[in-house]
Write a protein that binds this ligand. Sequence first.
Ligand code: ACO
Length: 443
Amino acid sequence: MGKDTLTITDNRTGKTYELEIKDGTIRSLDLRQIKVSKEDFGLMGYDPAFTNTASCRSQVTFIDGAKGILMYRGYPIEQLAEQSSFLETAYLLIYGELPNGEQLDEWEGNLKHHTFIHENIRKLLGGFRYDAHPMGMLVSMLGALSTFYPKSKRIRDPEIRKEQFYRLIAKTPTLAAFSFRHTRGLPMIYPDNDLSYAGNFLNMLWKMSEAKYEPNPVLEKALDVLFILHGDHEQNCSANAMRSVGSSEADPYCAAAAAAAALYGPLHGGANEQVLRMLVEIGSIKNVPGYVKRVKEGELLLMGFGHRVYKNYDPRAQIIKGIADQVFEVTGRNPLLDIALELERIALQDDYFVKRKLYPNVDFYSGLIYQAMGFPVEMYPVLFAIGRMPGWIGQWVEMLDDKEQKIARPRQIYTGYQKRDYLALDKRVPVADKAAVATQAPT
Ligand code: ACO
């Protein structure tokens, strides 16, 4: 067995350096000693989109993308989906261990006490247009919560921190449901704390004139499992946003709003919305081969396929396929399912997808379930955000308590102009547009 070091020879200078290898990584900062002259800044790594850079040490979530393994705090996602509840999993993600009975009761009790939102938040929501996207509303309302809980800025105080865990997890479904009812012009339904987390969410979404809303137990359970499956996914785009914004010591509401904003994009949590739109556009099984051809020609992406980390079947997609069957027994089969199954069948045997290791991800089937349950597509990323909240919190806490972390601040390779003198207005050459100016800079 050799040494856990890496020897680098800089061919510019002929000098050799020995860098420590720990946990399969070298420290990028160790590269800085590699210089061509005293004035040289030192060598850096260039890694746009962090495709091969570990930004932290983490104990929250483990993924083996090649084998299709996902574990929260060491517990396989399959076991949690089958045996745990979302609130218990939320506790696990944040505190690192499953709660005992007493801890779980206390945890659930505290969460139930924080489901209501300040009436002024409800009024703020009323200011949005009738057709506002509920994810845009959720992002705004999460940020707005910061102004209602100014103490939350005391991020190092464990008791104050805990209060924000309760509020963020308990109020997100309320904000989500209120955003949905706003788009429908329906009166707001206040939380019913007799119901489960998922059951109360369904109540706030769908209750009309009945005295007491009774959620369908199959749909209630399905939603709870879907929340578990979305609980965390290590250093994805939104977790990275939570950590990055949180690293400036912004309060957790602002950090969570940033994380939700990152999730909103169609390449992240917005993908399930795009999957549904894609299936509707395809319209029929007979159009699937033509659609796949367009994807292969680079005209389109097959939404819900591919993943930065999974180069195998996303284990969450497997579990979701099982839930879909249970949900469809209650709601009736979603006719788009046949198109999805055919797309998957064709893609999984096509060289284009096989070569690139493109498999269905979590978003491929979740949208079909949400649609069958009556959610409009705009609500899909919102549902994702509810499930992801404990993961964001777990990542945020870990970042704050990590002595090695500082304010996040990547480096750049400057490719712009070197110093040049200011030009008087009459000396400037007209340029076609701003984008052209940007691309004219020397590289
Ligand atoms: N359809 C068609 N081709 C694809 C797809 C897709 N969905 N995804 C990747 N590819 C192709 C790329 O064009 C590229 O091909 P090339 O090598 O010929 O250039 C190759 O596969 C590698 O893809 P990358 O874009 O380099 O992979 P990356 O890791 O950067 O992207 C991502 C991952 C963003 C998820 C991408 O697969 C994608 O856009 N998928 C569709 C959107 C989606 O479903 N997002 C949800 C992800 S899960 C989540 O966030 C919860």
